[in-house]
Design a protein around this ligand. Structure first.
Ligand SMILES: NC(=O)C1=CN([C@@H]2O[C@H](COP(=O)(O)OP(=O)(O)OC[C@H]3O[C@@H](n4cnc5c(N)ncnc54)[C@H](OP(=O)(O)O)[C@@H]3O)[C@@H](O)[C@H]2O)C=CC1
Ligand SMILES: C[C@H]1O[C@H](OP(=O)(O)OP(=O)(O)OC[C@H]2O[C@@H](n3cnc4c(=O)[nH]c(N)nc43)[C@H](O)[C@@H]2O)[C@@H](O)[C@@H](O)C1=O
Length: 312
């Protein structure tokens, strides 16, 4: 699928962080974008997904719908993260097969890799060691999604591919402190500490784990690039190629937000995996590179947060 022009493209999860960025990105592709809210189509409902896909018959599908959350949500709701993600991906991939969808891109996550994988993590590290316990349920579901796409390719010759993004952030993120990922949490915490005149702001864990961050508009652009130019069984890492300790990230966010107080660590909260930097070689080899520098991306996301969440 070298071009999306004239194609009908279903973005599953279009109200989410990644799905909404995909819709923004696809607006320049001259394609027809199909979406469905959860009220219109519950992706955990197999019969409904089959009927929807049979009636619309999209040419291409971006599977960006999932049960998603940060380290605490993942560790607290293992059954929800495993069950809902298995249902969503099984239903959408199987229905896409039945409806003769030409191409499907499944979105997984960098948490599929072993907790102590050699860094930077190459795609071939998958299933070479034990997973990080805080998110193993989610990771097992995402590994099953990769395997489903590969199985339909192997058994039925379908062009179903998988992308594994690193930790993402940007407009439309979840800023709820209990369920969010670290970057939106830090933006909210720094903003509220500044507003309230607090002397300190608390971060979870030791602050020493390292994470790799990618702006969601870069992720969406990479997914469109893969949809057009990649047709192989192996999943592809989607990252920035650079990581940063959580403590340093906190200082960066505080600087952007303008909070000058103390950063206090809460060691009763989990650190998760110590480091999760993915190798960017495969995607670079396919001719794609990220555009949004971390500081600029954080500043733009903070502006979005102020307009849509904090002062809304
Ligand atoms: N955010 C991140 O840092 C990363 C995300 N990813 C991957 O990207 C993908 C998208 O994540 P992200 O955009 O962050 O997640 P969000 O939570 O922002 O969005 C998920 C979307 O899926 C929809 N959805 C969930 N369950 C159902 C359901 N049963 N029926 C219909 N729709 C449903 C949600 O609908 P509703 O709006 O109704 O809730 C929402 O629109 C996921 O596969 C995730 O693994 C990968 C790496 C990092
Ligand atoms: C994308 C990825 O995201 C998750 O894995 P994670 O990277 O561990 O998630 P996280 O962003 O929540 O935390 C990153 C680090 O940051 C620390 N941290 C500090 N202070 C806060 C804080 O206030 N909130 C949060 N959430 N974390 C904080 C936190 O303790 C940890 O050390 C999984 O959902 C996984 O399944 C997945 O796919």
């Amino acid at each position: 699928m070298e071009s999306l022009a004239g194609k009908t493209v279903f973005v599953a999860g279009h109200r989410g962080l990644v799905g909404s960025a995909l819709v923004r990105r696809l607006e320049s592709e001259d394609c027809e974008i199909l979406t469905a809210t959860r009220a219109e189509l519950d992706l955990c409902d197999q019969a409904a997904v089959r009927a929807w896909m049979r009636d619309r018959r999209p040419d291409a599908v971006f599977l960006a719908a999932a049960k998603v959350g940060g380290i605490l949500a993942n560790a607290t709701y293992p059954a929800d993260f495993l069950y809902e993600n298995l249902m969503i991906e099984a239903n959408v991939i199987e229905a896409a097969f039945r409806a003769d969808v030409d191409k499907l891109l499944f979105l997984g996550s960098s948490c599929i890799y072993p907790k102590f994988a050699e860094q930077p993590i190459v795609e071939a590290s998958l299933l070479t060691g034990p997973l990080e316990p805080t998110n193993e349920w989610y990771a097992v579901a995402k590994i099953a999604g990769i395997k489903l796409a590969q199985a339909y390719r192997q058994q039925h010759g379908r062009d179903f591919i998988s992308a594994m993004p690193t930790n993402l952030y940007g407009p439309g993120d979840n800023f709820d402190l209990n369920s969010s990922h670290v970057l939106p949490a830090l933006i909210r915490k720094a903003h509220e500490a500044k507003r309230g005149g607090a002397k300190e702001m608390v971060i979870w864990g030791t602050g020493s784990p390292r994470r790799e961050f990618l702006h969601v508009d870069d992720c969406a652009d990479a997914c469109v690039h893969l949809m057009k130019h990649y047709s192989q069984a192996e999943h592809v890492n989607v990252g920035s190629g650079e990581d940063i300790p959580i403590y340093d990230l906190t200082r960066l966010v505080c600087d952007v937000v303008g909070f000058g107080g103390e950063i206090v660590r809460d060691p009763t909260k989990p650190d998760g995996t110590p480091r999760k930097l993915m190798s960017a070689d495969r995607l670079r080899g396919l001719g794609w590179a990220p555009k949004v520098p971390l500081r600029e991306g954080i500043a733009a996301t903070y502006a979005w947060f102020r307009e849509h969440v904090a002062d809304a």
